[in-house]
Ligand binder design. Structure first.
Ligand code: APR
Length: 283
């Protein structure tokens, strides 16, 4: 599963003392039954019945139809709550235990699967938010509030109506305004306070090997993180069954490589490789 070039890059990274960072996207959670965004069954491909797919992920849509956006996100929350971490999530947790302080995980995924006991990762940066939380839509404070258990225990569809009583559970406890999902929308910008912008760019500068897994590379910060790693002579390996924006950027680079493969299989193989070399590992 790991080709010679990937093994060579892993070998070199282990001999060095810089970070070995993983940057993951929706492809990691595909094996958990959570649709990707741009695949044929993707969230943006199918969208909701009366809104263009990606418009559901905008502040603009929320401002004109908060109910429709909440219905859409509560549907996604119920999918994520029912999902289980797959072998790829569990392998990431094991890899962190083997690499110790040299491990970092930057995730675009808002599904919460890095927090389950069997797949818990500590040195984790969520750069697109976290569906398990909501925050004041008017930003009266930057506090995050857990999505009420009531919603997380439900099975909801895109069309499940939002009753008045349910809407009362989505009110900011501080100012009484509506809350919004704690996720980054397409018409909003990355920042440090919610999405760890500066911190993850610093991580990329200290990264000797960046393993990008399961992302189309469609969003800006992942592209910046790849460029930042390469600019500091780090190596970037893109793991994806298909070519994508990032694998195209890496083509022909001495420090870039596209490994065709599925996230669970490749992550298990990386964990196995580290296990075999356990004795020489520096942490
Ligand atoms: N293993 C590895 N990669 C996979 C697998 C798998 N089993 N299955 C699918 N993929 C790949 C697809 O080839 C695709 O390149 O995962 C990628 C998923 O791409 P997207 O659906 O665009 O998801 P992602 O890259 O995470 O989107 C980035 O865009 O809409 C925003 O906020 C949203 O975080 C999301 C961001």
């Amino acid at each position: 599963m790991l080709d010679q070039r990937t093994k060579g890059f892993l070998e070199d990274a282990l001999k060095g003392d810089r970070l070995i960072t993983f940057l993951v996207g929706a492809g990691l959670s595909a094996d958990s039954g959570i649709p990707t965004f741009r695949g044929k069954e993707g969230f943006w491909t199918i969208g909701s019945k009366n809104a263009t797919p990606q418009s559901m992920g905008t502040k603009k849509m929320f401002d004109v139809n908060a109910d429709e956006v909440w219905r859409w996100f509560l549907y996604r929350i119920s999918i994520c709550e029912q999902a289980k971490p797959n072998l790829g999530h569990i392998a990431l947790s094991s890899i962190e235990k083997r690499l110790g302080a040299r491990f970092a995980l930057i995730s675009q995924n808002v599904d919460g699967l890095h927090f389950r006991p069997e797949s818990l990762v500590n040195n984790l940066y969520l750069i697109h938010g976290d569906l398990r939380y909501m925050r004041c839509a008017d930003e009266c404070s930057k506090a995050l509030y857990p999505i009420p258990l009531f919603f997380r225990e439900q099975i909801r569809s895109r069309e499940t109506p939002l009753t008045f009583e349910e809407k009362q559970k989505l009110i900011c406890p501080k100012c009484g305004e509506m809350t919004r999902p704690h996720v980054l929308w397409f018409d909003e910008y990355y920042n440090e306070k919610y999405y760890h912008l500066e911190t993850t760019l610093r991580v990329a500068k200290s990264t000797g090997l960046l393993v990008v897994i399961g992302t189309s590379g469609a969003t800006n910060l992942p592209q910046q993180l790849v460029a930042k790693t390469l600019s500091r002579n780090g190596v970037v390996v893109d793991v994806n069954p298909e070519t994508n924006i990032i694998s195209d950027k890496l083509r022909g680079l001495a420090h870039g490589h596209h490994l065709r493969g599925k996230s669970s299989e490749v992550l298990l193989a990386i964990d196995g490789y580290l296990r075999e070399r356990g004795s020489e590992l520096k942490t």
